[in-house]
Design a protein around this ligand. Structure first.
Ligand code: RIB
Ligand code: CA
Length: 313
């Protein structure tokens, strides 16, 4: 079965690893990369997405999307995690290719109308493009197959504040709109992604299996591993963004919990994804909220082997 997807992304090193995984796997058809600010400014995210398509010889649309949060000032970006260039300061040769002239939100709406019920929106950055697409086309939840996101922290601490994960924190109001929409949404947050560290031998295997794409991921991940290995005895990094894609192909690897979801948008709870499992509360603030699926565990060994095998295709 081929999965038609649109990848909404802020590349970003783990974004790059995920994007190449999607390009490599024969059962995933990437209709386009829609970019958003987050790890880097949106103009850099768009340029980086074009570079990744060039590296992987993929001739698909790339669009530039929102560059600002739904509410509030410009983001501070995550160059301290992903490097000045978003690729661990490896500064790959930029692509000469042109962006698709549409905005990311418009592209999402156009594709959903063209392929009603067939597309999974896979969002691995802040959610402003999906929120804007919902405003452009209120029927969007009926026009897509589903939504899978890397973001949130349901039952574990956040990575930007004690309660908030970066993608949700970066655009909490947009996330609240996306979580409230009546579409099937599956959240791959820190609950599952931080449980699965990836070591340097894993990066060696990606490179052994695919010198060009795996080699790039390995080089870019050195800066990324420096960040993640501070205060750790071992040298690791986390490929958060590949989890929603692995689930598309092998849902049996994951443990999923369902619950009513709310997203915090005030100062203290900005970007907090509060998930109330069914029956866990009588508060209408949650019982009347949309239910989402949350990944809480994964078979790490099989997941790692899936990534390694797919890079070899
Ligand atoms: O918190 C991790 C998420 O934030 C990942 O998507 C990473 O690429 C950054 O966007
Ligand atoms: Ca990302």
């Amino acid at each position: 079965m081929t999965h038609k997807i649109i990848l909404d992304t802020d590349p970003g090193i783990d974004d790059a690893m995920a994007i190449f995984f999607a390009f490599q796997h024969p059962d995933i058809e990437v209709l386009g990369l829609t970019t958003v600010y987050g790890n880097v400014p949106v103009s850099m995210a768009a340029k980086n997405a074009l570079t990744l398509c060039e590296m992987a010889d993929q001739d698909i649309p790339v669009t530039q999307g929102v560059g600002m949060p739904w509410v509030g000032p410009e983001s501070s970006y995550a160059h301290f995690v992903h490097g000045d260039d978003g690729f661990g300061n490896t500064f790959p040769e930029p692509s000469e290719r042109e962006l698709d002239p549409r905005s990311s939100a418009q592209f999402i709406v156009d594709m959903a109308r063209k392929y009603p019920g067939e597309i999974t929106l896979v969002a691995i950055g802040p959610l402003g493009n999906l929120a804007l697409a919902l405003r452009l086309e209120p029927e969007l939840p009926k026009l897509v197959k589903g939504v899978s996101i890397m973001g949130g922290a349901a039952f574990v601490p956040g990575n930007v504040t004690p309660v908030a994960e970066a993608n949700i924190w970066n655009d909490a109001h947009a996330a609240a709109i996306v979580f409230d929409a009546k579409w099937p949404l599956t959240m791959f947050g820190l609950d599952v992604t931080l449980k699965t560290p990836f070591t340097l031998p894993f990066l060696d295997k990606l490179e052994d299996n695919n010198e060009k794409l795996g080699g790039f991921v390995k080089r870019a991940s050195q800066f990324y591993a420096d960040f993640y290995s501070q205060n750790r005895p071992d040298r690791v990094c986390f490929f958060h963004d590949a989890f929603p894609l692995a689930h598309l192909l092998h849902p049996e690897l994951f443990i999923i919990k369902r619950g009513h979801a709310r997203v915090g948008t005030s100062e203290l709870d900005r970007g907090q994804t509060v998930i109330a499992p069914e029956g866990s509360t009588a508060s209408p603030l949650w019982t009347e909220a949309h239910k989402v699926d949350v990944a809480v565990d994964v078979d790490h060994e099989k997941l790692e082997q899936l990534f390694i095998d797919t890079y070899a295709y």
